[in-house]
Write a protein that binds this ligand. Structure first.
Ligand code: ASP
Length: 326
């Protein structure tokens, strides 16, 4: 495990203080080693078995999660809620920040320091890159980054990787093609970094204005990951094992004309998939707004709804880990 994960000495007794992730914040995927991932996925597997067998169990009974969302969310916020409740814990939902003190001008560190008086862990989504790292500096309880602007979305990347492993049984040797808004899409920033722990090839397909940030490409290049950039999917689709489609992130464009130029740039249809491998999977962090036609949903390669279910087990694993129960 990297030393990046902040240590936290201020936690209550009665938990497994020696558990490696106990009390730590999850801010960036750069915190994880390959061994950590093997461990997280093993715990996620156990969670899945438990949910299938008994539905809800009391591993986190008495623990409270604060779900603090400054940006809209459907899947992330509800899957963290479901994860906590399936583990017997409870949730303080704060997703309409306009009704909270934030609308009175309260700073993020103050909001966090107040919430942690009531909760054992805080899940935070915020429009500013770096917001979770800032919160983790002030917090005495673990902060889980649920998306910081165009920065990272580490729990999504973990569930994405878990999906790839579950669906294709391996990660090494695969070619992953990321398509769409690679500039503002935080999920692909985190996933590319996480994939760099494996022996993979990554293709980036996007309009030039929303290309993958240079610093991420340089980071992966330094690790020896083969990468290639395209503006059209056709050139790299036949070699692709995982097609990871993203939404053009309208809300992050400073110039609306730029958005108009690239919206609708790619649409995956059954026709597109004719040129793809039989065993390829199509992933998407959702929501989709037209980049995958609904006609694709019945194709067995369409993995995006299964991906969301895997997210529940991974988030259950992460909560159990930072609360010292795994
Ligand atoms: N739900 C993902 C996110 O929060 C993807 C998206 O919004 O397009 O980043």
């Amino acid at each position: 495990m990297s030393t990046y994960a902040p240590q936290n000495p201020h936690l209550p007794f009665g938990d497994q203080r020696t558990a490696p992730w106990y009390g730590k914040s999850i801010v960036s995927v750069n915190q994880f080693s390959r061994e950590d991932l093997t461990y997280i996925f093993a715990v996620a597997h156990e969670m899945r078995e438990m949910v299938v067998r008994i539905g809800t169990f009391d591993l986190l009974k008495g623990k409270i999660l604060a779900n603090l969302f400054y940006e809209p969310s459907t899947r992330t916020s509800s899957s963290f809620t479901a994860a906590m409740e399936r583990l017997g814990g409870s949730v303080i939902p704060i997703n309409e920040v306009k009704y909270s003190s934030v609308s009175k001008g309260e700073s993020l560190p103050d909001t966090i320091r107040s919430l942690e008086c009531y909760a054992d862990v805080v899940v935070l989504r915020h429009p500013q890159k770096g917001a979770s790292a800032l919160a983790a500096r002030y917090a005495r309880k673990p902060i889980i980054n649920a998306g910081d602007g165009a920065g990272e979305h580490p729990t999504q990347a973990l569930l994405d990787l878990f999906t790839i492993r579950e669906e294709l049984r391996q990660v090494d040797g695969l070619t992953v093609t990321m398509l769409g808004d690679l500039r503002y899409g935080r999920t692909v920033h985190s996933l590319a970094r996480l994939l760099s722990l494996y022996n993979v090839k990554i293709n980036y397909v996007s309009p030039e204005v929303v290309a993958m940030p240079r610093e991420i490409i340089a980071e992966l290049e330094a690790k020896g990951i083969p990468q290639a950039e395209y503006t059209a999917l056709e050139a790299c689709l036949p070699e692709t094992d995982v097609l990871y489609v993203t939404r053009i992130q309208k809300e992050r464009f400073e110039n609306p004309e730029e958005y108009e130029q690239v919206k609708g740039a790619y649409v995956i249809t059954p026709e597109t998939l004719k040129a793809a491998k039989e065993r390829m999977i199509v992933m998407h962090p959702l929501p989709r707004v037209g980049e995958i036609s609904m006609d694709v949903d019945d194709d067995p390669r369409a993995a995006y709804f299964r991906q969301m279910e895997y997210g529940l087990y991974v988030r259950m694993a992460l909560l159990a880990m930072v609360l010292g129960k795994a």
